[in-house]
Design a protein around this ligand. Structure first.
Ligand SMILES: COc1cc(/C=C/C(=O)SCCNC(=O)CCNC(=O)[C@H](O)C(C)(C)COP(=O)(O)OP(=O)(O)OC[C@H]2O[C@@H](n3cnc4c(N)ncnc43)[C@H](O)[C@@H]2OP(=O)(O)O)ccc1O
Ligand SMILES: O=C(O)CCC(=O)C(=O)O
Ligand SMILES: [Fe+2]
Length: 361
């Protein structure tokens, strides 16, 4: 239970209670708040409306089971990355037990007291690689988002053993380890689609030289129609490997339209999306698509994305092969990946605007 009595929280203390004391939005939800605090009310333009949702279309579902014998699977992956930037994979060989365990570990971490979780906040954590927080960048946001998170940057097994919270450490590491084979298959197919036939060590470090796993917790929300779980954004990763539970609420923007498409939960499936780094490296061929998560008035929801990223010290830009072999004119410049990510983290979610940072004017 929160250490601050509910009766003593007034609206001006909300940010203090949620952000600074580390109760998160889960703390607000747990005390049975009946009305959404004004800090969470999003402008109308940021709320999803039924008129913009289309139900007669959906992102592709790709069955990976015959990967070794069917080259069509690789082609379907490239096609989905070009036309949707999002797809789901089934029969991906990540054991279902690993997925169930990391979901249980997410609940276990967030069930802890605010005091325990807040040991990992930006101000209290002894490392930048472990961060518990709420919303996205509260200090830069006009309206807060209804989500708490734990973000774990993977540096080494030793560091994780020492610094990651024990409530979820082993399960998060297990999900990371078990996702490696499928990540390599996806990147191999996507590179082939760009005429890059070999992923040597340098390319591997460029494409997947760092990984971050986030545990996201979206508690039940009063007045979910007035706020968002996560606002419109694209990921800054190369690829994101997203595990969602069975509640639903993730929406993806359909390419070249203003329509939004729901990503239906499928038992055992993993959602894959292209991030900005891959859009840049592919010179715009693969699309890093805007997505958002709605808040839910009836259920808690969790999700566990693994962000597969370039090594932060790499310069990223359109791949040489894409420019030379395919004879394309680069539409993005070379930028230091850690500068790109810092730019993303220092502002509120703003749709696809982060990529302007790398655009050639
Ligand atoms: C949280 O809700 C989210 C998250 C997302 C994430 C989507 C992604 O695609 S994450 C992929 C991220 N990529 C990497 O992690 C690449 C490798 N990492 C790095 O390059 C660096 O670790 C770094 C992230 C750039 C941080 O470097 P550092 O030198 O430590 O720089 P700082 O000055 O400490 O941080 C810069 C700035 O970012 C804020 N920040 C850092 N880490 C996080 C984090 N995990 N979550 C949120 N914010 C973070 C930090 O506070 C600094 O801001 P200031 O205002 O304090 O200057 C998608 C959607 C979501 O809702
Ligand atoms: O919760 C989800 O389904 C998606 C979360 C997301 O987009 C993110 O963490 O980047
Ligand atoms: Fe995302």
């Amino acid at each position: 239970m929160p250490t601050t009595a509910f009766s003593s929280i007034n609206f001006s203390d909300i940010t203090d209670f949620v952000v600074n004391e580390g109760h998160g939005v889960k703390g607000l939800s747990d005390v049975g708040l009946k009305t959404l605090p004004k800090q969470y009310i999003q402008p109308l333009t940021e709320r999803i409306t039924t008129s913009t949702i289309i139900v007669d279309d959906s992102i592709p579902i790709i069955d990976m089971s015959n990967w070794d014998n069917d080259s069509k699977i690789g082609e379907n992956i490239c096609d989905a990355a070009e036309k949707w930037g999002f797809f789901q994979i089934i029969n991906h060989e990540i054991p279902l037990e690993v997925l169930d365990n990391v979901k249980a570990a997410t609940y276990r971490f967030f069930k802890q007291s605010a005091e325990e979780k807040n040991k990992h906040s930006k101000d209290n954590s002894c490392t930048n690689n472990v961060r518990y927080g709420t919303s996205f960048t509260p200090q830069a946001e006009k309206a807060l988002e209804w989500k708490d998170y734990l973000s774990l940057f993977y540096a080494s097994d030793e560091e994780a053993a020492d610094l990651w919270p024990s409530a979820c450490r082993d399960e998060a590491l297990d999900f990371l380890r078990n996702s490696d084979i499928v990540i390599k298959k996806l990147l191999k197919a996507l590179m082939k689609g760009l005429n890059v036939n070999e992923i040597d060590q340098t390319k591997e470090s460029l494409l997947m030289g760092s990984k971050r796993i986030n545990l996201n917790y979206y508690p039940k929300c009063p007045n979910p129609e007035l706020t968002v779980g996560v606002g419109r954004h694209s990921d800054v990763s190369t690829l994101t490997i997203l595990l969602q539970d069975n509640i639903g609420g993730l929406y993806v923007k359909k390419l070249d339209s203003d329509a939004w498409v729901h990503v239906p939960p499928i038992d055992g499936a993993i959602v894959i999306n292209v991030g900005d780094a891959l859009q840049i490296m592919s010179n715009g061929k693969y699309k890093s698509i805007e997505h958002r998560v709605i808040a839910n008035g009836n259920n808690n929801r969790i999700s566990v994305p693994i962000f597969v990223n370039p090594n932060p010290n790499h310069l990223i830009g359109p791949l040489q092969e894409v420019i030379e072999k395919n004879g394309e004119k680069p539409i993005y410049k070379q930028v230091l990946y850690s500068d790109y990510v810092k730019h993303f983290f220092r502002k509120a979610h703003d749709g696809k605007e982060t990529i302007d940072f790398a655009q050639i004017n």
